[in-house]
Design a protein around this ligand. Structure first.
Ligand code: TYM
Length: 326
């Protein structure tokens, strides 16, 4: 069986961007692959986190994974910091990664602008940690949104460099990116990616948002003055709403365009609200139920860490031998 690795940062409330860009793909692929789905807490501390909130969010992300339908019996669900090999390989791979490569990372450029003058080193070296996450598991496939594509290419470059310097050690991972759901855009500025760290709350929908909040955010979303439900780059707001709708229904773009011939943006928004509610409300109820059962969550993440450690330990040991460590 081939292997999948993917993860989400518990750095805030998960959005429907995380859901459609990542979790939905995981749901589709689980069963066909040996999957490692991680809660990447080490990544989250590249920007300041409030300890109490971080603790809550880590468990909430785990509850969300399970509530969405990721089966802990069939997949490995674990918390990144529980498997120390991630940090260890990350240090090693830091020594095989160039400053120039990391300086070119778009996400670093954007995030470092936001934090001002005191940029934590972790924010700069974060893609090396991500490469380590992936490479530790002999990963074949990495299902992510398109914003992570550049980081994945770097992971491939680092792996190839290491393999060439020594001998084949790391498997070279492939991205898995689903076109229509790989980049859900901000509802207020649809040329920008929807992000959980956006200052404008109306720009994103959280998986856990209340029914009336979801409704309000969709109805308020920015569109254009053309008045035709058409999928094109000049109508980025409408394009985004169609992308969200078809990420839920699986319908084709053409079919949506045909169904809305002669209809207005309000009709599209109303239909989208209904679709989102029927997708998210049952998940929210399950999340709340799982969060009441901390013992169960603890069992899941402990079992997950044990099986993740077994696999990653072997890869790390091989790496250390190749380098010349005793
Ligand atoms: P993060 O936590 O920012 O996002 C988690 C996943 O959600 C996807 N995503 C989106 N997809 C579509 N539209 C959006 N608006 C949107 N926003 C987020 C992301 O592409 C990602 O797949 N570095 C990663 C986490 C990570 C990781 C890994 C992923 C750490 N190690 C190893 C894969 C493999 C991150 O910050 O994702």
């Amino acid at each position: 069986m081939k292997t999948i690795f993917s993860g989400i940062q518990p750095s805030g409330d998960l959005t429907i961007g995380n859901y459609f860009g990542a979790i939905k793909s995981w749901l589709k692929l689980q069963g066909e692959y040996n999957c490692f789905f991680c809660i990447v807490d080490l990544h989250a501390i590249t920007v300041r986190q409030e300890p109490k909130k971080l603790r809550e969010k880590i468990l909430e992300v785990l509850a969300i994974y399970i509530a969405c339908g990721i089966d802990p019996e069939k997949n490995n669900l674990f918390i990144q910091s529980h498997v120390p090999f991630h940090s260890e390989l990350s240090w090693i791979l830091n020594c095989y990664t160039y400053m120039g490569e990391l300086s070119r990372m778009t996400q670093y450029k954007e995030k470092s602008l936001k934090v001002g003058e005191s940029i934590p080193v972790g924010l700069f070296t974060y893609p090396v940690l991500m490469a380590s996450d992936i490479l530790l598991y002999n990963t074949d496939l990495v299902p992510v949104g398109s914003d992570q594509k550049q980081h994945l290419e770097l992971a491939r470059d680092i792996a190839e460099r290491f393999n060439t310097l020594y001998s084949p050690t790391f498997k070279i991972p492939e991205p898995y990116i689903v076109e229509n759901s790989s980049r859900i855009m901000s509802l207020q500025n649809p040329v920008k990616k929807m992000s959980k760290s956006d200052e404008n709350e109306n720009s994103y929908i959280k998986i856990m948002d209340d029914e009336n909040v979801i409704k309000r955010k969709i109805l308020k979303s920015v569109t254009d003055s053309k008045g035709v439900v058409s999928y094109n780059d000049d109508q980025s707001g409408i394009k985004n709403l169609i992308n969200i709708l078809i990420s839920i229904t699986g319908e084709s773009v053409e079919s949506v365009e045909n169904r809305f011939l002669g209809k207005g943006y309000g009709d599209l928004k109303n239909e989208l609200v209904e679709a989102l509610l029927s997708e998210l409300i049952p998940i929210q109820q399950k999340v709340r139920d799982f969060l009441k059962n901390k013992d169960y969550l603890e069992k899941v993440y402990k079992d997950g860490a044990n099986s993740a450690s077994e696999v990653s330990y072997k890869v790390l040991r091989k790496v250390k031998k190749k380098i010349g460590f005793i």
